[in-house]
Design a protein around this ligand. Structure first.
Ligand code: PLP
Length: 466
């Protein structure tokens, strides 16, 4: 850790933080008696706090973001050079990195053709929602305005994104929400009894789970449903990959009822699931909208994208009879050039260092380690995920699948932190029952890093649960 900040400076930082910063998703009481953790430096997979304590970051900046790791000089240099040339101009015009990153992105996304720049995942999702609504008004007499979203999925923190939010812990007390957002059931095989589908497994279960979406479309009236918004692998809802057969059937249903398919890649995008650039590409999905944010520039600059097809774009093309036919929307910071400049370097690093492959190999190693922990610790009911995007669900009874007490789960997270490994917990579908340990190390992780993470989890589970 470099010594630019002396002890007195850091004490001032801590007291300024305690006095004035309103932290995200956090109860502040512990800060009144203790100290917030302030990360003051990062390099590769490791970060250091204000006390000089070193951690392995097993969650890429806490929320699945820093895919290429910390301290990448070439990204910082590219951003610096771009900012010295021109930092900003509204995206009603163009920029050099904006054009080049869009070209590079589309090259990785066969079937897609247009990139709309925004500055957060929530906002990217809202752009797609607005396009669905505008298409409904232009083409379907204002009828196909309904947007379907899934139980357990999350699409952001703004009110319309929350209207599409399937995690009750995040939504409670923030209603009323926007109209014409309709929830569909999830497809989580581990908890299929909640869907009344416990008698089915594998592909049969996948198809039946997708059919529950069709039931909702038929109930609402297909002529009212404009789009279906889904995470390819659910993140904060508990790290859930869909079962075999599911995506095939979802696409048939969308086609049959003329429903646009919106895939939220905010977490899965840009390599997180290994081998492929995007989560949806593992499952043969042909989306109409893809939204992405976190890993696009690995947190080196704020950038998010809403990507769509030429067919969707065609709805908004100039029309001499209708001067207001275009997408009448702007995102001020969608014109920042630092985002695409950083994103170009981020993607080049992933390519040059073969990080999609490393993610797959290290993801398999981590999955193997977690499966071994499941044999040892009765409290682990399920391990799942894809690439370096994994979860371990803690249950007090493997038969009934009763979620472990959140206090105990957080004690495991805290003990890992004390050992110098930062992990996370999720499953915000049941308020106060976050019982899934989450792991999403940077795509540069080595076998030693992975083993160090799972060793810490092993020790923490033994300490908390015996
Ligand atoms: N979509 C998913 C799947 C997410 O996990 C998140 C954030 O965690 C978002 C959207 C919202 O992104 P942002 O926080 O950048 O608005």
């Amino acid at each position: 850790m470099d010594g630019n900040f002396n002890k007195n400076d850091l004490e001032r930082v801590v007291s300024a933080d305690k006095a004035h910063v309103w932290h995200h998703l956090t109860q502040h009481k512990p800060f009144e008696t203790g100290e917030p953790r302030i990360i003051i430096e990062g390099k590769d997979m490791r970060v250091w706090d204000q006390n000089g304590k070193e951690y392995i970051d097993a969650v890429s900046g806490a929320v699945w973001t820093v895919n290429v790791g910390y301290g990448r000089k070439r990204i910082a240099d590219a951003v610096h050079a771009q900012l010295m040339k021109v930092c900003y101009f509204a995206n009603s015009g163009g920029s050099i990195p904006g054009a080049l990153f869009a070209e590079k992105l589309i090259d990785k996304m066969p079937g897609m053709s247009r990139v709309y720049y925004t500055n957060s995942g929530s906002e990217a999702n809202e752009k797609a929602f607005k396009m669905v609504r505008q298409i409904a008004h232009k083409k379907y007499g204002g009828k196909k305005t309904k947007i379907l979203y899934r139980d357990r999925d999350y699409h952001g923190s703004t009110l319309a994104a929350m209207s599409a939010g399937g995690q009750d812990e995040r939504n409670m007390q923030y209603g009323p929400f926007a109209p014409d957002f309709v929830r569909v059931p999830h497809c989580m095989e581990y908890r299929k009894h909640e869907l009344g589908l416990e008698h089915l497994s594998g592909r049969e279960f996948g198809i039946a789970a997708a059919n529950q979406i069709e039931d909702v479309i038929l109930r609402e009236g297909p002529e009212t449903v404009g789009s279906l918004c889904l995470e390819p692998v659910t993140a904060g809802g508990g790290v859930i990959e869909a079962p075999e057969g599911y995506w095939e059937r979802v696409q048939e249903i969308c086609k049959q009822y003329n429903v646009l398919l919106h895939i939220d890649e905010v977490v899965c995008g840009v390599g997180r699931t290994g081998t492929e650039w995007f989560g949806y590409q593992h499952y043969g999905i042909k989306p109409d909208f893809v939204t992405m944010a976190k890993g696009v520039a690995s947190g080196y600059a704020a950038i998010a994208c809403m990507v769509t097809t030429e067919e969707v774009f065609a709805h908004f093309k100039d029309n001499p009879d209708d001067k207001l036919n275009h997408f009448r929307d702007i995102s001020t910071f969608g014109g920042c050039t630092a985002g695409p400049a950083a994103a170009l370097e981020n993607m080049a690093i992933i390519e040059e260092e073969n990080l999609l492959e490393n993610c797959t190999v290290m993801g398999e190693r981590m999955m193997g380690n977690l499966q071994a922990l499941m044999e040892k610790h009765e409290i682990i009911g399920d391990v799942r995920g894809k690439g370096l995007f994994l979860g371990a669900e803690l249950v007090t009874n493997r038969e009934t699948k009763e979620p472990a007490d959140e206090k105990d789960v957080m004690a495991v997270v805290a003990d890992c932190g004390a050992q110098g490994v930062i992990i996370g917990a999720a499953n915000r579908s049941i308020p106060g029952r976050n019982n899934v340990l989450c792991f999403s190390p940077a795509l540069i992780a080595t076998a030693e890093d992975i083993d160090a993470i799972t060793d810490a989890v092993d020790k923490a589970l033994t300490k908390v649960f015996g």
